[in-house]
Design a protein around this ligand. Structure first.
Ligand SMILES: CC(=O)SCCNC(=O)CCNC(=O)[C@H](O)C(C)(C)COP(=O)(O)OP(=O)(O)OC[C@H]1O[C@@H](n2cnc3c(N)ncnc32)[C@H](O)[C@@H]1OP(=O)(O)O
Ligand SMILES: O=CC(=O)O
Ligand SMILES: [Mg+2]
Length: 550
């Protein structure tokens, strides 16, 4: 049994009758047409990323582009925000796993961001089941029977609005080949979801608009232009009005903070704002400055929103979005509920409340929650601190932020480096990768949410400290990070992980493989662009079963 594919398309993932209802000939033709129209634009955009990286590695800095000053200074606004998504005070995110999709849609948040990105390990099984789950969610037929607890999950009458976050431009989909090349992951995610759901979604959820998307990890407006054109193409194909599809772009790379106006301008017919993707943004700060030994990060726990460069980024994002008439969304606090310790749970909740209070007072129109247990607290903070309007687009212009300049956005973070910082990065990075390799893209570790973005910080920070042989100045012992020290830390942290998770789980899990991958990446002479790009080769599973490398 195999998939019925159009010419030039080859499916190398496992056949499943359920998947074949997603991978129909017509849906694959739609994806192949997108791929064929945009592949050269994507290749060019990735080439430009490499060129920019070379500039930064040779001592250059990202900054505002003089050639697009007219866009930054022009008086234009994005298309009117559809009523269906005017109120986005709290958005819950989560992988496209069946039970979580139902829980998130029932969670009481305003929006659910169904994630093919940071929160998902993009195995064939996860991706295809994710599409089945979203199709059933949009058609409201989704149910789930938890056999162990004999609990049946189904949708409430009232559910959150659905946004979908496809993968970033850099990730291939190795199980779908188009004209002899792996398809672009995000075009597969977008194409399949749009093809199967646009009609139902617009009827049931979007009040004539939609579907809605979140767009991750872009570095330049030219990448937003590709999305804008892909949206235009999809709308034309479906015979729906231009501007039906709406998307929020995550500003989560350092180069993109200098392109916020330009990104909104490219997407002005399709935009519903920008979001502070703070975790990838920190990762991107290290990546962008990988060749700048004077811009080293302190311990990961110290790089919060109070750092000048982070606060400036959030303030400028709010000012930019509100000037252009769209939402300025806040980001994710990493704390999650702590079930077995009420005092620690209250302390974690308090940190979340503080973070959300900062966001709403700064002018953000909404925020992200990683867990349903955080929604009431986030909702309360936003509701109590906003006027009766569904957002702050017209009330919080933040004109004061217009004075922010490049130095504000690039300022080195302050703080110290410690052995515990190195150990924590290692312990978390390895455990996250071990989970990712076995199919879980977001996990609780030491009472915090960890996903691809937070794990990236652990990886690149270790790499940076090793490369520049930094002194762990917070410990006051004059210890410098080198390969010997790191080797010992890896060994000791692996032993600690084994103690913590237990011998049985450690043996059955993929900790050793994760350790090898993580260690190689931390010690590589040249920094890998993405942790998951390398790790992806380990989860590609061709059919008939045979693991393969791209
Ligand atoms: C940097 C960024 O990109 S942030 C965005 C990407 N990251 C994410 O989306 C993280 C999403 N969150 C999660 O994946 C999870 O909350 C975790 C992994 C952090 C914690 O998971 P767990 O410890 O298993 O959660 P916990 O056991 O407390 O879950 C309790 C219940 O809440 C549900 N739940 C937890 N998080 C979510 C969520 N985000 N969406 C929907 N339901 C959720 C669980 O399914 C579970 O349901 P049940 O009681 O019906 O069985
Ligand atoms: O995607 C969100 C982030 O913080 O990264
Ligand atoms: Mg991210």
């Amino acid at each position: 049994m195999g998939y019925d594919v159009p010419e030039g398309v080859d499916i190398r993932g496992r056949y499943d009758p359920e998947f074949s209802k997603i991978l129909t000939r017509d849906a694959l033709q739609f994806v192949a047409d997108l791929q064929r129209e945009f592949r050269n634009h994507i290749k060019y955009a990735m080439e430009c990323r490499r060129e920019a990286k070379m500039r930064y590695n040779n001592g250059g800095f990202p900054g505002f582009d003089p050639a697009t000053k007219y866009i930054r200074e022009g008086e234009w606004v994005c298309a009117h925000v559809p009523a269906a998504v005017a109120d986005r005070r709290v958005e819950i995110t989560g992988p496209v796993e069946r039970k979580m999709v139902i829980n998130a849609l029932n969670s009481g948040a305003k929006v659910f961001v169904a994630d093919f990105e940071d929160a998902l390990s993009p195995s064939w099984e996860n991706l295809m089941k994710g599409h089945v789950n979203l199709r059933d969610a949009v058609s409201r037929t989704i149910t789930f029977h938890d056999q162990a607890r004999n609990k049946v999950y189904k949708l409430n009458d009232e559910t959150t609005k659905l946004f979908v976050r496809p993968r970033g431009w850099h990730l291939p989909e190795a199980h779908i080949f188009i004209d002899g090349e792996p398809a672009t992951g995000c075009l597969v995610d977008f194409g399949l979801y749009f093809f199967h759901n646009y009609a139902n979604f617009r009827k049931a959820q979007g009040q004539g608009f939609g579907p809605f998307f979140y767009l991750p990890k872009m570095e330049h407006a030219r990448e937003a232009r590709i999305w804008n054109n892909a949206f235009g193409r999809a709308e034309k194909w479906a015979g729906i009005e231009k501007g039906s599809i709406r998307a929020t772009v995550l500003i989560e790379t350092l180069p993109a903070v200098f392109q916020m106006n330009e990104i909104l301008y490219e997407l002005r017919d399709h935009s519903v704002g920008l979001n502070c993707g703070r975790w990838d943004y920190i990762f991107s700060y290290v990546k962008t400055f990988q060749g700048h030994p004077d811009r080293l990060l302190p311990d990961r726990v110290q790089v919060g929103m109070a750092q000048h460069f982070m606060r400036s980024y959030s303030d400028l994002l709010i000012h930019t979005c509100h000037k252009r008439g769209v939402h300025a969304m806040g980001g994710m606090a990493a704390q999650i509920p702590i079930r077995d310790d009420p005092a620690a749970n209250e302390a974690a909740l308090e940190l979340v409340r503080k973070d959300k209070l900062r966001e709403v007072k700064a002018g953000h129109d909404g925020t992200w929650a990683a867990h349903p247990g955080l929604i009431p607290a986030c909702m309360e903070v936003f509701t109590n601190n906003m006027t009766n309007a569904p957002n702050q687009i017209h009330s919080m212009k933040r004109h004061d932020a217009s004075v922010l300049i490049e130095e504000d956005l690039l300022q080195s973070p302050r703080g110290v480096r410690t052995m515990e910082g190195l150990r924590l990065n290692t312990r978390v990075g390895i455990q996250y990768l071990a989970a990712w390799l076995t199919g879980a893209g977001s996990v609780p570790l030491y009472n915090l949410m960890e996903d691809a973005a937070t794990a990236e910080i652990s990886r690149v920070q270790n790499w940076q400290w090793l490369k520049y042989g930094v002194e762990l100045d917070g410990d006051g012992l004059g210890v410098k990070v080198n390969l010997d020290l790191f080797g010992r830390v890896v060994e000791e942290e692996m032993a600690r992980i084994e103690r913590e998770v237990g011998k049985e789980k450690f043996k059955k899990g993929m900790y050793k493989e994760a350790c090898k991958l993580f260690t190689r990446q931390c010690t590589a002479p040249i920094l890998d662009d993405f942790l998951t790009l390398d790790a992806y080769n380990n989860i590609v599973m061709y059919h008939p079963i045979e693991s393969s490398r791209l």
